[in-house]
Design a binder for this molecule. Structure first.
Ligand code: FAD
Length: 509
């Protein structure tokens, strides 16, 4: 579009909700401009527990609508992106003195039956004295329930939605902050600022989507000039990553004495991810960091179950995020609803604004459909829902076809070791050949940055996935940050500074 054009939709925020809406809208033929002030998924969307789940715990809060919708999404999303989403079995030990076995069984019965489960296996009961899942735990747990949910690479889900949106015509701008938005009758005049050059630019659009996650109220206040805005409750959640605590591919669902639950999940081959916490948060969402109290809480809660305690010294990485929960007035952070709410204003000659409050990664696609329904009513309908059976980039292979894809890749590029081939298919699915091209040996992959990270991958991320810094590559597009030394990461950063200087336009547009 040329500089004077008016976009149909301008989206503030490149988290899962903004990118999901951009993809759906672009696919229906709307012109879309998305502005993300930092990197894609740099907000809450890369700090989650990474589960595509119904949320067994939400049944206790009678959130049946949410749980049903979320459960139904598990197999839809798995089919859309089988590289970055896959089924996982969860082992829930029965703990004497906590929830009774009949209650767990009832919850899991509902879980199995209200969510349109077709491919995921059903719940079963385990004898923890003989099942391998009992081995890393204290011998106190004789019975457990094993049920299904899915795992997602959250940051990549965001980027793949952005990539698909761009492939369908959307303009995706990262490092671009929306600083003000003014209604001129039926059109928004929006000022965006490039966070590196500080250059500002005016963009016009018929409709504004505020998908700024934990910044949603700040955008309403500082950017849109509204007074007394309070729609979301900011709730911090933190995770610790420790050296692998168990070999079993299943994850654990541990109940705590305070009524909360935590997960212990196999992570990035050699690690275990343990989380999360729930505490009200005040302050700038980008500055959130794990507290000592949270570290102690997670270590103690996991040590209640594992035979070998989880110690501070086991921790190799931590991360924290802020949930932007719709403020439903719940007294405890853990009880606040995880459902999403969309509010629209304007229309009838006044340029409309639609805000996103709350939501989960699991329900982002449905949230986008609900958003498009609202948008259709406000600026005119285009297209029909289409995302339910359209693969994300690289996800065009059958749900159980991962090993076959790895086999195909290894046959085409025999110099890749199996671990490397598996990692690449997990991240990029069928797009790996586009990254590796005609390479015949690792020497053809260019500069080596450490672990199994080579220049060919980094260049692909710059050219196709808006990566601009070492952090974008090491902690969001991949998790190679867990493996590279500080010196290696600094060398990558130097390389990227040079490389993105040259390809800045390609990366930003
Ligand atoms: P964000 O990802 O925060 O995106 C908002 C974006 O807006 C940010 O990138 C920000 O930089 C940008 N922005 C803000 N202001 C501006 C501006 N003025 N101009 C331009 N850009 C701007 N959900 C699940 O389904 N499963 C889970 O297992 C799960 N676990 C979770 C665990 C934790 C600890 C937390 C915190 C959340 C978890 N969630 C989970 C919930 C899920 O992560 C969030 O609901 C979701 O990521 C919110 O996405 P979003 O797009 O609304 O917000």
């Amino acid at each position: 579009m040329d500089g004077g054009a008016i976009y149909d939709i301008l989206i503030i925020g490149g988290g899962i909700n903004g990118c999901g809406v951009a993809r759906d809208a672009a696919g229906r033929g709307y012109s879309v401009f998305l502005a993300e002030m930092k990197d894609l998924a740099s907000g809450t969307s890369s700090w989650s527990t990474k589960l595509i789940h119904g949320g067994l715990r939400y049944l206790e809060h009678y959130e049946f609508r949410l749980v049903r919708e979320a459960l139904m999404e598990r197999e839809v999303l798995w089919r859309m992106a089988p590289s970055i989403i896959w089924p996982m079995r969860f082992v829930l030990p029965h703990h004497e003195g906590l929830r009774p076995a009949w209650l767990l069984r009832l919850g899991l019965f509902l879980y199995d039956h209200i969510g349109g489960r077709k491919l995921l296996p059903a719940t079963r009961t385990l004898d923890m004295r003989s099942d391998p899942a009992g081995k890393p735990l204290k011998p106190l747990f004789s019975r457990a329930f094993e049920y299904s949910d899915c795992w997602v690479n959250d940051a990549r889900l965001v980027v793949l939605n952005a990539r698909d949106a761009a492939d369908r015509g959307a303009v995706i701008r990262t490092r671009t902050r929306v600083t003000s938005a003014r209604r001129d009758g039926a059109v928004w005049t929006v000022t965006v600022e490039d966070s590196r050059s500080r250059r500002t630019e005016t963009v016009r659009a018929k409709l504004l989507v505020n998908a700024a996650g934990p910044w949603v109220d700040e955008v309403l206040g500082a950017t849109l000039g509204k007074n007394d805005v309070h729609n979301v409750r900011l709730v911090q959640g933190s995770h610790i990553v420790v050296k692998r605590k168990f070999d079993d591919p299943r994850a654990y669902f541990f109940q705590n004495r305070d009524g909360r639950i935590i997960f212990a999940i196999p992570y990035e081959e050699d690690y275990t991810l343990i989380g999360t916490t729930d505490r009200d948060y005040e302050g700038e969402p980008g500055a959130v960091a794990i507290t000592d109290v949270e570290i102690d809480y997670l270590c103690e809660a996991a040590s209640e179950y594992f035979a070998e305690p989880v110690r501070r010294s086991d921790i190799v990485w931590t991360y924290s995020g802020v949930r932007p929960l719709f403020d439903d007035g719940a007294s405890k952070a853990q009880e606040a609803t995880r459902d999403y709410v969309l509010t629209a204003e304007g229309g009838g000659g006044q340029a409309p604004l639609v805000n996103v409050f709350g939501g989960k990664i699991t329900t982002y696609r449905r949230l986008a459909e609900a958003m498009l329904e609202k948008i259709g009513g406000l600026i005119g309908r285009r297209g029909a829902p289409w995302t339910g059976d359209a693969s994300l980039p690289g996800g065009d292979f059958p749900v159980n076809g991962f090993d076959r894809e790895v086999g195909k890749l290894s046959a085409a590029y025999p110099f890749l070791d199996t671990g490397h081939a598996r990692r690449l298919v997990r991240l990029y699915g069928t797009k790996v050949p586009a990254m590796l091209g005609a390479a015949r040996s690792t020497a053809d992959l260019g500069q080596h940055f450490g672990a199994d990270l080579w220049e060919a991958e980094v260049r692909y991320l710059i050219e196709h996935e808006w990566a601009l810094s070492a952090e974008d590559v090491l902690w969001r597009r991949t998790k190679r940050g867990l493996r590279l030394t500080a010196v290696e990461a600094a060398a990558l950063d130097d390389f990227m500074r040079g490389a993105t200087g040259r390809s800045e336009t390609a990366a930003a547009e």
